[in-house]
Design a protein around this ligand. Structure first.
Ligand SMILES: [Zn+2]
Length: 113
């Protein structure tokens, strides 16, 4: 059995159940158990994919470097300001880390503003 069930296989679960003869019950139960395990595995993968993120880090030139190894530049502002919620390269949920201008210490006192 493959790891991913097709929609046809899932539909067959409901279709097959009322037509199982008593002699075939053990085999039908075994198929249902295998199908249930495959569905649980599939749901676990989907839950994991839903939580996956890709961090986009901005630099002082407005270029955004993605965690998955790409670079992108917007005409104005960054991903969040442009309504981007998912990485266009890997499809994961996008996390924005904007560039922060470094604070220069005062030349005379060494204090930061
Ligand atoms: Zn990505």
């Amino acid at each position: 059995m493959s790891d991913i069930l097709t929609s046809e296989q899932i539909a067959m679960i409901g279709f097959e159940a009322p037509y199982v003869r008593p002699d075939d019950a053990d085999a039908a139960i075994q198929r249902l158990v295998e199908t249930s395990l495959a569905l649980h595995a599939q749901l676990a993968v989907l839950a994991q994919e839903k939580e996956a993120t890709c961090t986009w880090t901005g630099d002082d030139d407005g270029l955004w470097t993605t965690e998955c190894g790409h670079a992108y530049s917007f005409v104005w502002d960054g991903p969040e300001d442009n309504g981007q919620k998912f990485c266009g390269y890997c499809g994961k949920r996008l996390i924005q880390v904007a560039y922060v201008e470094p604070v220069e210490p005062n030349e005379d006192t060494g204090a930061t503003p």
